[in-house]
Write a protein that binds this ligand. Sequence first.
Ligand code: PMP
Length: 645
Amino acid sequence: MKRFFSLKMRASRTVDGEPQHISGAEKILQEEDTPRFTTALLDRAFHHAKGQPDFINLKLELLDETRILRLPALPVKTIPTDSPAEGLTKMTEILRSQMGIANAERIVALLPQCGNMRGAAIVDVDSLKRVEPDHRRGIRVTYMDDEASAEIGPSSAKNHFREAIVLGTKVANAPHLLGELCISDDPDYVTGYIASREIGYCRITCLKEKGSPVGGRIFLFRGNADDLQETIAFLETQPVLVSNVPGSPAQSDRWQRLQEDLSQMEENGLRRKLLVQETSAGPQACVAGKTLLMLASNNYLGLAGDTRLVEAAKIAAEKWGTGSTGSRLLTGTQREHVALEQELAHFKGTEDTILFNSGYVANLTVISTLCGRDDVIFSDELNHASIIDGCRLARSRIVVYRHNDMDDLERKLREVRPVRGLVVSDAVFSMDGDIVPLPRLLELSRQYGLFSMIDEAHATGVIGPGGHGTVAHFGLTEGPDITLGTLSKALGGEGGFVCGRRLLCDYLRNRARGFIFTTAMSPVTAAVARAALRVLQQSPELPQRLASNVKVFVDTLRERGIVTSTQSAIVPIPVGDERRAVKMAARLQQRGIFLSAIRYPTVALGQARLRASIIATHSPEELRHAAQVIAEELQPVIIQNPGSW
Ligand code: PMP
């Protein structure tokens, strides 16, 4: 049988013959935890900001385990208020409307008169009289603790919030008490609370002026003299352990937690904002009424605003309507979907293709469908977030290898000796623009009997002859087992797809939850993608024009001293610091250039960059001008961060 002890510490000193309180604390602990907490409380007594004690009272008392009452912590809610008047009005309203106390205003007015924070006043809510026996001392609530105290461990600092929740929970559960009101007497602490079993622990953020020493604590009582004895006995002697006590207001208040997270992001230069585009996609953009050169889109071939695709959308909408009406396996397969799957398979040189609603969903779904707990996934350290999320969803063991380092991959394969699994990589890396060494990756995957997979989001329409992608780029006769692509970048629409063997696609149609349990893409979207494929196949010069544009841009940057390189349409321009990258992007926008500041978590912390993506329909003059402006703005930054890449 466990033995529980109450441990209490009070520290005081004598000033002008009068004892002056310095610090106090109490715990309810199992026997084995008492030594370390005794030391911690002594430490707290000796090192208190209020001064050195000359008297420390430590009391250790065995409790009857069967008498300990276990209570769940009151739920915490924060009510933001801007002024004491607003705070007190809120408190009064809650008392009246949520707790049904008619004398609400007069009770709140009593608070400043009940100002001994170590002892509370007990106020009869009907007669408004203080009914505790000793008004000078008030009622001191003791024998209570956080059930997780031992787990959290002793700390020489107080967690006021946790202690307040423990107290509030015990008081709210006392017989004949309707609740509690509290304003701290600490001049710097303007937050107070109102608590009861029904309303929980409601923090009101402003209840008094900063600097004011006025505070008070009232327990709201209703009952007769015997009831009062019962209440006081509970408060003073009933041992209570409170479970699930939150460590901070942010931890306990779901909305406040979000607010604080956003504020933190703002401070670290990581808060995102939506930029509203005011014209259709093209080499120029209009944002906030200003025309800018677009260097931030994935519209590599300029097809997103192409009239041929717009026309295809109109025709498809007239023919099919706007929605697919159901999931692919039920009513959501129109002719457009099937035709697009066949045409994509043909374009990629595979047996079959299966469509998904986005590239993100495709990655998530395919990886988690093909791999499970028994698999090992070998993943490039710079793989796209959707691959990472897919690996997580699969719950496989994940082995991350160094970026594009096939020797590292081989070393790890040799070490792990996986029985089943997958090697997965971006084909063109979305933040660096470099290409996976596909031949070696395929060789290693085959050697170890693993699935091979590449994500061609930024490769399709961009690299390889005719924009056919990575397999064509390397001139291979056989590609990876799984080739994933998106319709959302060079193809100017939206949606994702997976190409490979018929067996793979059949399997996914039967097993892939992200295919089965979602409404199919609109037939209009499918028709637009088909039109994009037609344009690409009829205009093999488009990817060539894109490549020559990239060369103009990179060459001009290099001439101006900016060190960068790419093998695709993505040109990373290193900056380093997150806030600096955001400032640079804003400055460039003022100078008519729309570039994205790419920051953590998209790239590692401290590796923020400007990411330029080139469009085939940019003119070489536009790109030369942009590169010059970027170089002018960035020169000082690059010089200050010479070693960051
Ligand atoms: N893979 C990569 C490499 C990507 O860059 C992206 C998009 N940023 C995706 C997948 C997701 O594709 P989608 O935008 O079609 O969801």
